[in-house]
Design a protein around this ligand. Structure first.
Ligand code: ADP
Ligand code: MG
Length: 269
């Protein structure tokens, strides 16, 4: 549970969430803006202390560790991937990954070689010496994922990792996260409202007002692609199927030309 502030300005951002993630599993947590996704992820990654409750990674209770142990624990056990990449702008692609290794106590040639191998594996062999400003969004996110994987962490935590990427690059990023789970046994937790990420998830959870709700009550708006709660949502029956919308505007657009949106939904990924 996480409560920000006190009294009148108090926000209960996460309320009584219970979640267990296995090795090799990709869990996607979806939910509208402000539902507590980033707060939950920050608590899972020891970047934010819960107001109450505990977080265990491989049997270690993060919430019981003294503040002084957290940076080292984070560096070794977690890989973070953010919406805006969070690369260090003064460092090259190679140095960004190396730096993450240095933080976990791996240095010198070992760090350099491991960083280089990872980046080459991600098709960035020609970009090793480039600073982030010289890289495309997709390249930056691949560097960020290489950095997240560098220390062979138990857990990868990704906050809206595809939000700033076009759909082709978004799929590539999703594939790399899937591989980290399937081939390397990492536990991957992604928070996002990008419905395309459902394809790579073993489980999809829906967070709303800081609590998990059953995903079966959710549908995807065929117009804007947003996940919407079926109950109370504007809907429209077409061709024997009921479609749900985030707003009256999306419903109107759909009703005017259903085939426009249904074709798009059916187009192969
Ligand atoms: P999401 O990532 O799903 O958009 P957040 O976890 O960022 O949601 O926010 C959940 C709620 O907590 C929101 O109401 C937000 O305004 C509030 N919140 C987030 N961070 C803080 C903070 N540092 N101080 C006070 N309120 C916050
Ligand atoms: Mg967020």
């Amino acid at each position: 549970e996480k409560v920000y502030g006190e009294g009148e300005v108090q926000v209960r951002a996460v309320r009584g969430v219970d979640l267990e993630v296995r090795r090799g599993e990709v869990v996607l947590i979806m939910g509208p803006s402000g539902s507590g996704k980033t707060t939950l992820l920050a608590m899972l990654g020891a970047m934010l202390r819960p107001t109450s409750g505990r977080v265990f990674v491989d049997g270690t209770d993060l919430t019981a560790l003294p503040e002084s142990r957290l940076p080292d624990f984070r560096a070794r056990r977690f890989g973070f991937v953010f919406q805006d990449f969070n690369l260090l702008s003064a460092l090259s692609a190679l140095e960004n990954v190396e730096f993450a290794l240095n933080l976990a106590g791996v240095s010198g040639r070992t760090a350099r070689e491991r960083a280089e191998r990872l980046l080459r594996g991600f098709g960035l062999g020609e970009r090793l010496g480039f600073r982030p400003e010289k890289l495309s969004g997709g390249e930056k996110q691949r560097v960020a994922i290489a950095r997240a994987l560098a220390n062979e962490p138990a857990v990868i935590l990704a906050d809206e990792p595809t939000a700033n990427l076009d759909s082709r690059i978004g799929r590539e990023v999703a594939r790399l996260l899937r591989r980290a789970a399937s081939e390397e046994g990492r536990s991957v937790v992604i928070v996002s409202h990008d419905t395309r990420l459902k394809d790579i998830a073993d489980r999809v959870l829906w967070l709303e007002d800081g609590e998990f709700r059953a995903m079966s009550e959710m549908a995807t708006d065929p117009v804007c692609g947003m996940a919407v709660e079926r109950e109370g949502a504007p809907h429209y029956r077409h061709d024997g199927e009921t479609h749900f919308f985030c707003s009256a505007q999306c419903r109107e657009e759909f009703v005017a030309a259903p085939s426009r949106f249904l074709q798009r939904a059916r187009r192969p990924a």
